[in-house]
Design a protein around this ligand. Structure first.
Ligand SMILES: Cc1cc2nc3c(=O)[nH]c(=O)nc-3n(C[C@H](O)[C@H](O)[C@H](O)COP(=O)(O)O)c2cc1C
Length: 212
């Protein structure tokens, strides 16, 4: 049994991203348990309050520690990710990284044509420093979300359901392939050193893997 955390980038009640997240969860195999994590309850990150944090942050960090994977479904806000999602990533990254070694499927969406492409890749950029292992392909950009659902919030288009299933299948495979992901995490550097760059002779070393 694996456990994944579901993040929805939008806090809006009628959010299309939330409907999409529920549709994706319905496509998961029965041996994967999904828990929706509410990023809207997290106070804004403020480094002054760590390392003890605030109760909501600490609860969230404990929730992250229980997870094998992340399903992140987000709209694009001004060509990037919504603030609530970024806030959650920042909180989970301190005082140690609670995301390290987790597998993640990123699904971006928009009511427009581009399917949240900008948000999708900004989010993947944070994965590098957080040692999150992304499903590389398929890349999932869902456009025209305002036309995606019927009156019961079911996805109308069979081809879209098939595509989402292929993304969930890739996510599931990667989750099991990296069953070692938590032990992989043991070898990842969870330091929060903001300057991990080392300049050598003709080389730039971003990070070295060190066993804890
Ligand atoms: C603050 C804000 C910024 C937005 N910026 C973008 C954008 O950069 N690209 C885009 O395709 N849609 C943008 N939109 C439109 C969203 O795609 C649309 O509001 C969508 O329904 C939000 O997702 P939700 O239904 O899950 O809340 C923006 C919406 C808001 C409220």
């Amino acid at each position: 049994m694996k456990k994944i955390g579901v993040f929805v980038g939008s806090l809006r009640k009628g959010s299309y991203s939330k409907k999409l997240a529920k549709a994706l969860v319905s496509l998961l195999p029965s041996n994967i348990e999904a828990e929706f994590l509410d990023t809207g309850v997290l106070p804004l990150f403020n480094d002054d309050l760590d390392p003890n944090g605030v109760p909501e942050w600490n609860h969230f960090r404990h929730q992250l520690d229980e997870l094998d994977g992340l399903l992140i479904v987000t709209p694009e806000y001004n060509r990037s990710i919504p603030g609530a999602l970024k806030n959650a990533m920042d909180i989970g990254s301190r005082p140690i990284n609670h995301f390290g070694g987790r597998v993640a499927l990123v699904v971006s969406d928009s009511i427009g044509n581009a399917g949240g492409y900008g948000a999708n890749h900004h989010l993947r950029q944070t994965f590098t420093t957080l040692d999150i292992i992304p499903v590389q392909r398929p890349e999932v950009y869902i456009a025209h979300t305002d036309q995606l659902f019927d009156e019961n919030d079911m996805i109308k288009n069979e081809a879209t359901i098939g595509f989402l299933q292929s993304a969930i299948d890739a996510f599931t495979k990667l989750l099991y392939l990296t069953s070692l992901s938590k032990s992989v995490g043991e070898f990842l550097d969870d330091s929060t050193d903001p300057l991990p760059l080392t300049l050598g002779d003709g080389t730039i070393i971003i990070k070295t893997l060190t066993a804890r």
